[in-house]
Design a protein. Sequence first.
Length: 177
Amino acid sequence: MTEVTTATDFGWLAPEEMDAARERLPIVYVDVVPVRVDDQGTVTAVGLLLRAGADGQIKRALVSGRVLYHERIRSALLRHVEKDLGPLALPRIPPAPQPFAVAEYFPTPGVTPFHDPRQHAVSLAYVVPVEGDCAPQQDALELTWFSPDEAREAAVLVELANGQSTLLLQALAHLGL
């Protein structure tokens, strides 16, 4: 039997294949709340990205992205943190990461607090401490560090799109903040 190598062997789909999959299947994602911690492990800052959306609006966002075919969750977390925060972010992901929440994004608004007009997605949400130098990468315009109290302010939460403000509040509650 001859094995045929395709682009999907590497976890990538052509745009039209991805559109077809999004119309038929829930897609697995990870959402990451990057944090800075002090020597005692107390969260001192929460990092939020600033992105330009497909509609041209500028919004705050968590680190987020798809889990690729045959990719471990830990690898997806590392890849997306590096993609959005840079190769020197130095994320500290435990050997067996456990999500603090599972978010279900629906293309229909109002089904859950989470909305993605492109697809039905299931996202595993994690808090990830980062110790290195972070700089926005790819389509991220800026990375801003907020104290936990600042991150909870209505003016910051309203800047987050698609229900990610709910995830941020869940992360802060999970951390006892």
